[in-house]
Design a protein around this ligand. Structure first.
Ligand code: SF4
Ligand code: SF4
Length: 431
């Protein structure tokens, strides 16, 4: 399979970033890493895919290794999944091995994963290729191995639902239909966190469509602290942050990027917030925040939000060129980094998620949606341009949108048989 076919199938990083896979694979690397860490609490999609779609994953891995010229590959799986590793072991092709990852957060952050497996630190603002590595997640490799347009998405539905499960759903299905397939919500009224609980976005509503990058749907009561934290607005975050931060440094001392030696210090961004009028946290280092939220949702004893303070700093820091100017050898992991890993069990207790523990088995569910909504932007780069008009009849797998000539992006295909009703912002198809 060629990179042209990967591009034609509209394959993007299914782990959340949505970066076009064909573009990502146009690089050279000596080692290929499969990111199966899935460190967000409650999510099980990648583990289930390793169990049930390993053949397609290994086919995709071979294509990806050949594309970048990698002679070896390593699959990073949490050490608690010995059953998954035992099942994979006899299937491992030559040059491919397993690596047990600690059950900690954020083990799946690309920089942490590369460091854990290779011992090398990607420089601040760098990419895995800077240390000779390429990284892709499990579902993306499954999509390459399947060698067909991406019309469906695997995701875990968890939290306050009757039966937490992992499902294969048509892209463009509504969140509410996926929640119903998990037995429905057990609380009312409820909110939905998309993608996990740490790096989540609050859903705009239950009708919001599932895209190629939706990895998880977490249903929670609207009064749950995580829903309130993810719903907080900047003026409130800035006002409380500048008045209550006592500069204890816990946010920095627990920051995983600080611990691998990157020049990020969220407490310093908090300090800048408190000493500028109007509040302006723009300082060097914030560009290297991976937005894992560990500082805000776990480390800070005052429940402040250093992560969003770093995020707020980024555009101006980029504009002002506040970038790392040192040498790669200046970047050295903290001597206590190992002991400061955050176990998932402790994180779940801190987040008030113990009552939602799940195993998220993959179950077959036949969806027959009346309508799907395919956003024109579900990838990195500008929105795709529709290739169909209202009234057109399409079948599953037909092309409905593609990137403009020379633009970064990914093709979009119909996920049902039906009639196109609208192409404004999204391609809406009625069954
Ligand atoms: S952990 Fe909280 S209180 Fe302490 S420095 Fe960071 S933001 Fe301030
Ligand atoms: S979100 Fe916080 S803990 Fe995570 S990388 Fe950014 S500053 Fe560090």
């Amino acid at each position: 399979m060629t990179l042209e076919r990967i591009e034609a199938h509209g394959i993007v990083g299914a782990g959340g970033g949505g970066f076009p896979t064909a573009v990502k694979l146009r690089t050279r690397a000596s080692i290929f890493l499969v990111n199966a860490a899935e460190c967000e609490p409650l999510l099980h999609k990648d583990k289930e895919l390793l169990k049930h779609r390993s053949e397609a994953m290994f086919r995709g891995l071979r294509v990806a290794m050949d594309a970048v010229g990698a002679g070896e590959a390593v699959i990073g799986v949490k050490n608690k999944y010995d059953d998954v590793m035992a099942a994979l072991k006899p299937q491992l092709p030559s040059g491919v091995r397993l690596f047990p990852l600690t059950d900690t957060y954020p083990a799946g952050d690309e920089f942490i994963l590369v460091h854990d497996i290779t011992g090398k630190v990607i420089p601040p603002g760098g990419l895995p290729k800077d240390v000779g590595a390429a990284v892709t997640n499990v579902e993306t490799l499954v999509n390459i191995g399947l060698d067909r347009p991406v019309t469906h998405k695997y995701l875990t539905v968890a939290g306050a639902v009757k039966t937490p499960v992992t499902l294969r759903v048509p892209v463009g299905l509504s969140l509410a239909e996926a929640v119903e397939a998990a037995g429905g919500a057990t609380v009312a009224p409820y909110a939905i966190l998309i993608g996990g609980v740490m790096m989540a976005r609050l859903a705009e509503g239950p009708d919001q469509p599932i895209t190629k990058t939706t990895g998880g749907i977490i249903v929670l009561p609207i009064t749950h602290p995580l829903v309130l934290r993810h719903g907080a607005k900047w003026p409130q975050i800035a006002r409380v942050g500048r008045s209550a931060c006592d500069q204890c440094r816990f946010c920095t001392e627990m920051c995983p990027r600080y611990l691998i030696g990157h020049p990020i210090e969220p407490h310093a961004a908090m300090r800048a917030l408190g000493f500028t009028e109007p509040p302006n946290p723009t300082i060097a280092g914030t560009l290297y925040c991976c937005e894992c939220n560990l500082c805000s949702l776990y480390a800070c004893p005052e429940d402040l939000d250093p992560k969003n303070v770093c995020v707020e700093s980024k555009p101006l820091a980029r504009e002002r060129g506040l970038v790392f100017k040192g040498q790669p050898e200046d970047v050295k992991p903290h001597p206590l980094a190992e002991g400061r890993r955050v176990p998932t069990t402790r994180l779940m207790a801190r987040l008030g998620l113990n009552e939602f523990r799940n195993v998220g088995p993959l179950v077959e569910h036949e969806f027959r949606p009346q309508r799907v909504v395919l956003p024109l932007k579900q990838h990195a780069g500008p929105p795709a341009e529709p290739t169909v008009r209202p009234g057109a009849r399409v079948r599953v797998g037909d092309l409905v949108a593609q990137p403009a000539e020379g633009q970064l992006g990914a093709r979009i295909h119909s996920s049902i048989d039906g009639t196109v009703r609208s192409v404004e912002g999204s391609v809406e198809i009625e069954a």
